[in-house]
Design a protein around this ligand. Structure first.
Ligand SMILES: [Zn+2]
Ligand SMILES: [Zn+2]
Length: 436
């Protein structure tokens, strides 16, 4: 078990930030473990699968509040200042992020405007406001209403913040734009880099297990938890709850030892993603036109075209984000589902656990291509040069979402169960052999 002691003198010490010693079941491998008393600046990892169980920040109350407030201020600037200026044949487009969304709606691509609005503005804003609400209440011991609800929503929103993906997409679009137009980044672009970093920092400084513990404590509720046979350790908040509860009384997640029908649901989402991946690649994803020519590109054509034009870096990035990651994700989910279904999985559980975590982590980066199209559409929206998304854009969005759902519904503990069973069977055989 990795256990990092707190450094004395760093941060403001508050006795009430300490998490007492208790027992949890690891949500990734299902093994039961004793968590020691954790002080500020300590974290604990699962001894079996190395999953981070819980951490207590060095400044557990002040840091998330400071990061969230800084992010909110940055966000106000990012969304009100100029993002990028594109000049082509004497026509200048001055684009801010709200202006880009307005152009998408004007061109009747409201779906893309919604995707952009939700992933780069709606979720981060709600996330930050809830963060300030929950941490404000904890820091000053205010008994605000609906703190549990706010924490539930906060934790769920974390995976749907894609400001960092949008920032990288802007860099990719810039390489493509600068070959045909004069492009100049505005202050909002540079501030967006800071915002993306701040959002990542905020989201890693909010350990839900510790937050729920603090809310309980503040309300004077019994927070001691013991592993009892008729209780199930919730895989989201890590509290032991009576097994008759359908939904965890703390975090509202479905309560189960292993997710029911996990493999079936995960396989269904994966199959749908694999089927939609075909039209996503065969149909045009982007149509660019100017008064003399119309260019219709599929994902693959586009990459080949960029490579031939000498844009090797952008071709490689788009190839990784749009072709390699979705294919690897579909293959690795299929391997994981197959391994969790057969009696003797060919791969070891630690390897499969790493594969699962990677699959879960890289999925959202496939949205780069969609964001690139959104940026190009807003930059080229005149009769001189116009870019519109093809039908494949919608299918591609769906493939990304469906593979994310497939990974979400897959219960990683199933691979460890198979692994332990296999080890038990071979132990039993050896034992029988010895007795003979
Ligand atoms: Zn574990
Ligand atoms: Zn829970």
């Amino acid at each position: 078990m990795r256990f990092f002691p707190a450094r004395i003198g760093y941060g403001i010490r508050r006795d009430d930030a300490t998490l007492p010693a208790h027992t949890v079941d690891c949500p990734d491998c299902g093994s039961r473990m004793a968590v020691p008393r954790l002080e500020q600046g300590c974290e604990v990892h699962c001894p079996t699968c190395n999953h981070e169980i819980v951490q207590v920040e060095k400044r557990p109350y002040a840091a998330p509040l400071a990061y969230a407030t800084a992010s909110l201020i940055l966000m106000a600037f990012v969304y009100s200042m100029m993002f990028v200026t594109v000049e082509m044949l004497g026509v200048v487009s001055i684009l801010s992020l709200p202006e880009m969304m307005r152009l998408l709606i004007l061109q009747d691509f409201g779906f893309l405007a919604e995707v952009m609005f939700i992933l780069t503005f709606g979720t981060p804003l709600l996330y930050l406001l809830l963060c300030v609400y929950v941490y404000g209440a904890l820091a000053w011991r205010w008994r605000l209403p609906a703190l549990f609800w706010a924490t539930r929503v906060l934790v769920r929103l974390r995976h749907w913040i894609m400001v960092d993906v949008f920032f990288i997409a802007t860099l990719v679009a810039h390489i493509k734009l600068s070959s045909v137009a004069a492009v100049e980044f505005g202050p909002a672009f540079y501030l967006m880099f800071g915002l993306a970093l701040m959002l990542v920092r905020t989201s890693v400084s909010v350990p839900q297990h510790w937050v729920y513990y603090q809310i309980h404590r503040m309300r004077g509720q019994d927070v001691a938890q013991a592993a009892e046979p008729d209780k199930i350790c919730c895989s989201r908040c890590l509290y032991f709850r009576p097994q008759h509860e359908a939904e965890c009384g703390v975090c509202g997640a479905d309560l189960y030892r292993r997710r029911p029908n996990s493999l079936g649901i995960s396989a269904a989402f994966l199959a749908a993603a694999a089927i939609l991946y075909i039209p996503a690649n065969l149909l045009p994803i982007m149509i660019s036109s100017n008064p003399t020519t119309v260019e219709i590109n599929t994902i693959f054509n586009g990459i080949v075209y960029m490579w031939k034009e000498g844009d090797h870096l952008i071709a490689v990035i788009i190839f990784c984000a749009s072709i390699l990651i979705p294919i690897l994700k579909i293959i690795s989910m299929a391997v994981l589902i197959a391994c969790a279904s057969v009696c003797r999985p060919p791969m070891s559980a630690p390897k499969m656990a790493v594969m699962y975590r990677l699959t879960e982590a890289v999925g959202r980066w496939s949205m780069i291509d969609i964001f690139v199209i959104i940026i190009l559409m807003s930059a080229f929206h005149t009769n001189i040069a116009r870019v519109v998304p093809g039908e494949a854009a919608l299918y591609f969005c769906l493939v990304v979402l469906l593979t994310m759902f497939s990974a979400y519904f897959f219960d990683p503990r199933l691979i460890w169960d198979k692994w332990h069973n296999r080890a038990a069977i071979s132990d039993g055989r050896e034992h029988a052999h010895d007795e003979r």
